[in-house]
Design a protein. Structure first.
Length: 326
């Protein structure tokens, strides 16, 4: 029998002048395989929470209604599944961070199709996301590439990031179909021309290290500054950058982040003990912060559901979680 742990916490937002009061529910489920190291979560069309078991070489699916977790082993050993996203048909796409391919899992059959990188230097595909046309965009961190994959043909196109060692990391697509990505190795955000793959870079403050990225309905680009402990915002139309210090301060190490449909920004402070879930309201400039019951173990990525919930992968404590605003 699959062992499950469901931990529920209801916490009121801190009652401070600069914080935004809210009531939040955080639920967590322990994974059946020890030390699976869940890295990235994804939202499937049926509402299921998927995750990559990076060290266990499998993908996992949590049925939120029943609490049942099913694991899907990958055929290539030691693939290091990392990034994760679902397509409209319910197929689950992932980056094989240790084996240099992008994979597609059909949950109905369990079959996996592999799309190898066309350049051996692109050995560590990282994060991936679909645009509205069904094109898959992705980053390659150590290889210093960005790329796209057309699922209809299987064709992959790569483009080197202009700044050497820029370490392309988190990626999002705005409402116009334009991808933006973090350059974690430097203080820049990149923009990809969806037709030509030409990359335009936006300079951030000195010392900034953007790691994860989100886009709000107004097409403003937000990022977590992992090195300096800030939440940042880029206006791509003007290049203007605005910053807000994270509640945990310079050692907060803001990491995984997402924007919910209501325009709120959410992220986790991985340097706080326990890790926190932080909400920021761009309209008021106010924060709220909640401790993750399990401690978090570093939330490397989170995704928002259409209903405004958040799916988390809590790597170091071997759990996945859901954050809901009551």
């Amino acid at each position: 029998m699959i062992r499950q742990l469901l931990l529920v916490v209801l916490i009121l937002g801190l009652n401070c002048p600069h914080l935004l009061a809210a009531e939040v529910q955080i639920r967590e489920w322990a994974l059946p395989t020890a030390r699976a190291f869940p890295h990235d979560p994804a939202v499937a069309p049926d509402g299921a929470l998927w995750y990559t078991g990076m060290q266990a070489n499998h993908l996992g699916r949590l049925d939120l209604a029943s609490g049942e977790i099913r694991e899907y082993p990958l055929p290539t050993p030691d693939s290091g599944p990392h990034g994760l996203v679902a397509d409209r048909q319910g197929n689950i796409w992932f980056t094989a961070n240790a084996k240099g391919y992008i994979g597609k899992l059909d949950p109905r059959s369990g079959q996996v199709r592999e799309y190898p990188m066309p350049d051996p230097a692109a050995g560590d595909p990282h994060t991936l996301i679909f645009d509205a046309k069904g094109i898959l965009w992705f980053t390659i961190q150590r290889g210093n590439f960005v790329g796209r994959l057309d699922p209809a043909t299987g064709k992959i196109d790569l483009r080197s990031s202009p700044t050497p060692g820029s370490r392309p990391y988190g990626i999002v697509v705005d409402s116009r179909g334009v991808p933006f990505f973090c350059e974690f190795g430097t203080n820049k955000i990149g923009r990809i021309d969806p037709d030509t793959l030409a990359v335009t870079e936006y300079l951030l403050p000195e010392g900034a290290r953007p790691r994860r990225i989100a886009v709000t309905p107004d097409d403003l680009i937000w990022y977590t500054d992992y090195a300096r402990g800030y939440l940042g915002r880029l206006d791509p139309n003007t290049g203007k950058v605005s910053e807000w210090p994270s509640p945990a301060g310079g050692r907060g190490a803001p990491y995984g982040m997402a924007s919910t449909p209501d325009g709120m920004l959410w992220y986790s402070e991985s340097g706080a003990d326990p890790n926190t879930i932080v909400r920021f309201d761009p309209r008021t400039g106010k924060f709220a912060s909640w401790a993750i019951p399990s401690g978090g173990g570093v939330v490397r990525h989170m995704v928002a559901t259409p209903q405004g919930d958040l799916y988390l992968a809590c790597s170091g404590v071997n759990k996945v979680g859901v954050v809901s605003v009551e």
